[in-house]
Design a protein around this ligand. Structure first.
Ligand code: FES
Length: 224
């Protein structure tokens, strides 16, 4: 992909970080998504229907946090109300544990098994089936670069290399400052906006290698 404004022109930050095509219009996130999807997300998850779904990747996590206390206990209880039995609640409970601790360690799997009265082997089998659970600690920002067909045709591999180069990491490794882990993923369901990159809970779309340093600087500024 080339910059339509020509080489040398400053690149506007075109990827404001949410899945939505603003096209030629200058729209804010609130205008694209509606007020009900933005703003402060309640830690207790609000309505049971959305209790497991947000926030799902926080920058700061506590690998030693108990499963579950306070508002997280409230969310866990809400999750249980949505399923006919405890086994049905396994995936959102794992999501909740990962949100809190940052990754799902073998110990976390065993604790979740106890909470839901399931066998430890069953829970480990489920976690290892899905690639979207982090089984190892990741950086404050987990950068997931899509290299599937649409993004690949539009330079996804180059975007991936740019993230690795500018974070000074190998694939799946965490940068020395603990900020970044870069991985390659399959389709992020944003094929109309290649290259798509998911960073924690945010989507960055139409990303080109030239924009990578700017994106990383902005992320660093959020945690400095
Ligand atoms: S191919 Fe990249 S988001 Fe679908």
């Amino acid at each position: 992909m080339t910059d339509s404004k020509g080489a040398g022109a400053p690149i506007p930050f075109r990827n404001p970080g949410w899945a939505g095509n603003t096209g030629e219009f200058e729209l804010s996130e609130e205008e694209v998504r509606g007020d009900e999807y933005v703003g402060v997300r309640p830690l207790d998850g609000g309505h049971p229907g959305v209790a497991p779904s947000y926030p799902y990747m926080k920058v700061e996590r506590d690998p030693e946090a108990p499963l579950f206390e306070g508002p997280y206990r409230e969310r866990f209880e809400k999750i249980l109300t949505r399923y006919p039995d405890r086994q049905g609640a396994l995936l959102p409970t794992l999501n909740l544990a990962e949100e809190l601790r940052g990754h799902v360690s073998p110990e976390t799997m065993d604790e979740v098994a106890d909470l839901l009265e399931l066998s430890k082997a069953y829970v480990r089998g489920v976690v290892s089936f899905y690639t979207m659970y982090n089984r190892r600690p990741v950086g404050r920002f987990l950068i997931q670069v899509c290299t599937n067909i649409s993004c690949n045709l539009c330079g996804g591999d180059e975007v991936l290399q740019a993230f690795l180069e500018h974070t000074g990491t190998e694939m799946g490794e965490t940068s020395e400052d603990g900020n970044f882990t870069v991985i390659e993923v399959e389709c992020l369901a944003a094929c109309g906006f290649p290259t798509a990159v998911q960073i924690n809970s945010r989507y960055f779309e139409n990303v080109t290698p030239r924009e990578v340093p700017d994106i990383l600087e902005r992320l660093k500024a959020e945690v400095s």
